[in-house]
Design a protein around this ligand. Structure first.
Ligand code: ADP
Length: 417
């Protein structure tokens, strides 16, 4: 029995020793793997190496390293989605015409998009206060109300120095306890509203004079002038003049509205400039002769063809010639000409008439604008406005030069065919 125990003990000892060696070997290689993997993770977390290069199948840590690798892949994917989204948002904020400002609870701007900096004419707004950037007490008050009361606040203000009309909507920024300021430039909308309001008041004003005359004339007729055939004849003649003026205004207003709203599509054809110029001159020759004004046409025959609606273009020329006839005294002259001007043909109508004061040269193209309402000739003040719309619809431009008392020159350009 004793003889058997000793070899068993030796074998047991041997096995235990071998197991110890194996465990110690396993432990040291596991430790090596853990150290190696910890170093790799540390490098990745300190961004010394990209997470995508984290080792896979690390001996003894296969499951862990593969799981970390998958996790890092997913994080990278989510990061790239977030980056895309952030870039898209940044592009939107960069491109929108509305200004966006983010302010912290103390009113320090944390972010301002380019539109906000442009609207407030303030470079690098971030880091400055709301009051410094918006520089308008009503807008600052709206921001303060939002901070104090917590609700959305809207304020519209006119900034005369910058000729701006701004609307600001301030909403609480629930994440940071600050506020988001959205600024819209309503200058154009406001201007259109003013134009429309002015237009209506102008029309009413323009209608008032002929209507008052008509009323006075009919009352005089009723009060006895009807019994005096000579006076009655005279009054009816004047009524006719007023009615003609009214119908001309109605026709021109309708025309202008149609042109402006694009309801009068232009019919473009290839046309010769001299043909349009001569046709318009022929239409106006009798009127010029009656007014004692001479009219000359000078147009080279080798000008390039133009791309135009011939009838509308004739109308522009007729309007210009009609004005020249109206504002030129007998003995004066009117000249029509055309010449090349880059890719355009430039038409010119000049006269030796009363001229236009320098300060009114731009305004004469506005609806209802007349230099001096008491000037002879009368008119609705719509002719040049119609002319401008037609020329611009052709892609050209119209302008005037003048010296008061010496005459006026009107130019307009029409693109070559
Ligand atoms: P109107 O029907 O009054 O002629 P327009 O729009 O054609 O309206 O012209 C606007 C104003 O511009 C005229 O009332 C006139 O005061 C001025 N104007 C236009 N053409 C001439 C011109 N050739 N000479 C002097 N003044 C002109």
């Amino acid at each position: 029995m004793e003889g058997l125990t000793t070899p068993l003990l030796v074998a047991g000892l041997f096995i235990a020793l071998a197991a110890l060696c194996w465990v110690s070997y396993r432990f040291s290689s596991l430790k090596k793997s853990v150290n190696f993997y910890s170093a790799a993770l540390r490098d990745a977390s300190e961004e010394k190496t990209p997470p995508a290069t984290l080792p896979l199948d690390v001996p003894h840590l296969e499951d862990l390293s593969n799981a970390v690798h998958d996790l890092s892949d997913k994080l990278l994917e989510q990061n790239s989605l977030l980056d895309d989204e952030r870039e898209r948002l940044a592009a939107v904020l960069d491109q929108i015409t509305d200004g966006v400002l983010l302010a912290d609870p103390r009113g320090i701007i944390q972010f301002a998009n380019p539109a906000a900096e442009k609207l407030f004419e303030y470079q690098k707004a971030a880091g400055h206060t709301v009051a410094e950037v918006v520089r308008h007490h009503q807008l600052v008050a709206a921001w303060q109300r939002c901070q104090q009361l917590g609700g959305t606040q809207t304020e519209s203000v006119e900034i005369p120095q910058r000729r701006q009309f701004l609307q600001m909507i301030v909403t609480p920024d629930t994440h940071r306890a600050g506020s988001i300021l959205l600024v819209q430039d309503l200058t154009r909308v406001r201007r259109l509203e003013t134009v429309r309001r002015d237009f209506i008041s102008n029309v009413s004003h323009e209608l008032r004079t002929p209507l008052a005359s008509l009323k006075a004339l009919t009352e005089t007729l009723q009060d006895g002038a009807l019994d005096d055939p000579q006076a009655a004849h005279r009054f009816v003649g004047r009524i006719q003049i007023e009615v003609d003026a009214l119908s001309q205004m109605a026709a021109e207003l309708l025309e202008l509205t149609r042109i402006e709203s694009g309801q009068l599509p232009l019919e473009f054809t290839k046309t010769r400039p001299d043909f349009v110029l001569n046709t318009a001159a022929d239409r106006m020759r009798a009127q010029a002769e009656r007014a004692g004004v001479t009219m000359n046409v000078e147009c080279p025959l080798d000008l390039p063809d133009i791309h135009a609606d011939t009838l509308r273009l004739e109308q522009v020329l007729v309007n210009l010639i009609h004005n020249s006839v109206k504002f030129t005294s007998p003995g004066g002259s009117i000249g029509l000409s055309a010449g090349e001007d880059g890719n355009f043909v430039r038409f010119t109508v000049h006269d030796t008439g009363v001229g236009i004061p320098a300060e009114d040269l731009l305004r004469i193209f506005e609806r209802f604008f007349r230099v001096d309402r008491s000037r002879a000739g009368g008119g609705t003040g719509l002719g040049l406005s119609i002319a401008r719309h037609i020329v611009e619809a052709h892609g050209g431009r119209i302008w005037a030069e003048s010296e008061e008392g010496r005459g006026s020159v009107f130019h307009f350009t029409i693109p070559n065919a």
